[in-house]
Design a binder for this molecule. Sequence first.
Ligand code: GLY
Ligand code: MN
Ligand code: MN
Length: 436
Amino acid sequence: MNALVDTSPYVARRERVFAAIGDDIAILPTAPEVLRNRDTGFLYRHDSHFYYLTGFAEPEAVLVMVGGNERKAILFCREKNLEREIWDGYRYGPDAAREVFAFDEARPIAQLADDLPALLSDRRVVHTPVGMNASWDAQISASINAVRGLSRTGVSAPSTVTDLRALLDDMRLIKDSHEIALMRRAGAIASQAHARAMRFARPGQYEYEVEAEIAHEFIRHGARTPAYNHIVASGPNACVLHYNDSNRRMQDGDLLLIDAGCEYAGYASDITRTFPVNGKFSGPQRDVYQAVLDAELACMEVLKPGQSFNTYHGVAERVLSQRLLDLGLLKGTLDEVLEQKTFTKFYMHRAGHWLGMDVHDAGDYRKQGVWQTLKPGMVLTNEPGLYIRPDADVPEHFWNIGVRIEDDVLITTDGNENLTAATPKTVAEVEAACAR
Ligand code: GLY
Ligand code: MN
Ligand code: MN
């Protein structure tokens, strides 16, 4: 019944947390279940930090890590329950969960409130998410107050509650080999989905028909959920950055911008490709596409260890600005365009973000005002774009062209690895993929 779980990555991450907390205690709940309507819930998604340290995907679970001499990792989880398992499916229960996921102890979640005061007694610092969830904050406060109530028996209550997420954010910024393997797979599945969309799309179809092809390719590879809501945006919709309606009928001559990535075993991919619905770029479409592609490729060159996180954002702005000037879409000198940021009329977002379990992943971009330096094991997206809305100052043949090209990039010891390199990207590759 119980699948074999490779617990070594989770145990190794917990070791690092034990080392960081010393004699203190860390307490980490997973995500709550969320109602969608009346009796129906959203498909359950665990909390990423919790999963990172446990590999345990059931709801109603809390990890407690007691440091110091007693040093132990305790999982609180749902008990076995035949009736609930008939309706909702298998649950591990504490005994099997302890064994399968290599915890020192496991206890029923119903015991958590009763057990916390004893676990908190004589600990100075509680490491837990602070301000993430009001009812969790209240539960921690109540447990600490319960310890205070016992002070005459000689125990002392923690004096400090500190946010465990800061430590976990830093850890998650550098992916380990287990995570990198899963992210390669998430990238490969999403690459295939984009190629499938290029093969499938034709004028006259609705955007949702193409979205269905993407979803099909994700799910048939075991990636049951998207990492974020798909953007399948044709014609003028490509210039709406977070377009989510997918209900327009695609026309001959449209570009189709698809931003779609899957979640595979808890890890996200995040790919954007833009292609002509009829299979051939028009002249102006090709010019804008090539400008974005040149920016994306120039960014790839500076995505390597030792570079500031901010460097590639500057490269994207510089290349896109120069090409906007070349195309006559902006006026002035390159320095003026960059200084006055007039490029933001057509390029109004950043060049990318950390990627991991969350599509906009954990981790600071700046520390004390200084941009992070890229290091091996970091994963980020590279996603410049240009979006040209109808405008009296813009030649009409450019109107409604929206192009973004987005890949997922792992920083390696000597440069980078493009996790989504299999996705057609050059003009020739895209047109060939559309022709199949
Ligand atoms: N799809 C979300 C993003 O590209 O940031
Ligand atoms: Mn994206
Ligand atoms: Mn992205």
